[in-house]
Write a protein that binds this ligand. Structure first.
Ligand SMILES: CC(C)(COP(=O)(O)OP(=O)(O)OC[C@H]1O[C@@H](n2cnc3c(N)ncnc32)[C@H](O)[C@@H]1OP(=O)(O)O)[C@@H](O)C(=O)NCCC(=O)NCCS
Length: 202
């Protein structure tokens, strides 16, 4: 896995699909992420409401330089071509560099759901990580109640590999969590998501 290359390109990372651009998160995106953190419809299955200072600090961290340490999230903003307005994020982090494994996640504003944006953004990110960075395995987690999320993973070709019982406490109850996984040799980029652009071309 070429983490050095990913860290080097991270500040200008830009992946273009047919519907959305996935580009590196910047300080200008902080208000969008803070607004999403305060929207229970989006955060219902991610985390319970948190103090404003904590939300702000997390959002600011997303815009900080990314060095690729294990567990450090690399945040990218999803921008639909139709509006040019940031609609959410896709994120990824190295789980164990020595094993070339990474985890990713995603969330979008509710007013743009079910337009294929989440799927395409994930396709662009997964494809880049597998084909350009050399990741061996990608995983993603969601609470079992989050059907839109696990169905998105199924559509990406991921397999449900584990059900972690009562692994997350959300909205007053313990929730089971699903772990989905995808190997590089299993990855097939759907043709409909358009041509991936070289980061330098943006
Ligand atoms: C999960 C999420 C990112 C999906 O984004 P989206 O842009 O609406 O998804 P897409 O339109 O690209 O749909 C892709 C696939 O996801 C699944 N899906 C998405 N929304 C769904 C829903 N409400 N019910 C069932 N399946 C759904 C479907 O399989 C869909 O494929 P299809 O359209 O061919 O049926 C979005 O629902 C979201 O932001 N949710 C809130 C935040 C969140 O929970 N993030 C995940 C944390 S683990």
């Amino acid at each position: 896995m070429n983490l050095t290359a990913l860290a080097t390109e991270a500040p200008t990372l830009a992946l273009r699909g047919a519907k959305v651009l996935v580009r590196r998160f910047t300080a200008a995106d902080i208000p969008m992420v803070v607004a999403q953190e305060n929207d229970r419809a989006i955060m219902r299955w991610i985390r319970d409401p948190q103090p404003a200072a904590e939300v702000q600090a997390r959002a600011e961290t997303m815009a900080a330089p990314w060095r690729g340490a294990d567990g450090e999230w690399l945040a990218c903003t999803v921008v639909p071509h139709a509006t040019g307005i940031p609609a959410g994020i896709v994120v990824c982090r190295v789980t164990v560099a020595a094993h070339a494994t990474m985890e990713f996640g995603y969330r979008l504003s509710q007013d743009v759901h079910r337009r294929g944006f989440g799927f395409e953004a994930c396709v662009l990110l997964c494809d880049h990580l597998f084909t350009q960075v050399g990741v061996h395995k990608l995983v993603a987690l969601c609470v079992a109640d989050n059907e839109p999320s696990w169905r998105l993973m199924v559509k990406l070709g991921m397999q449900r590999e584990a059900r972690l019982r009562e692994y997350t406490h959300l909205d007053g109850a313990w929730r089971d969590e699903f772990v989905y996984g995808l190997l590089a040799r299993e990855w097939q980029r759907p043709a409909a998501t358009g041509v991936l652009a070289n980061p330098q071309s943006h």
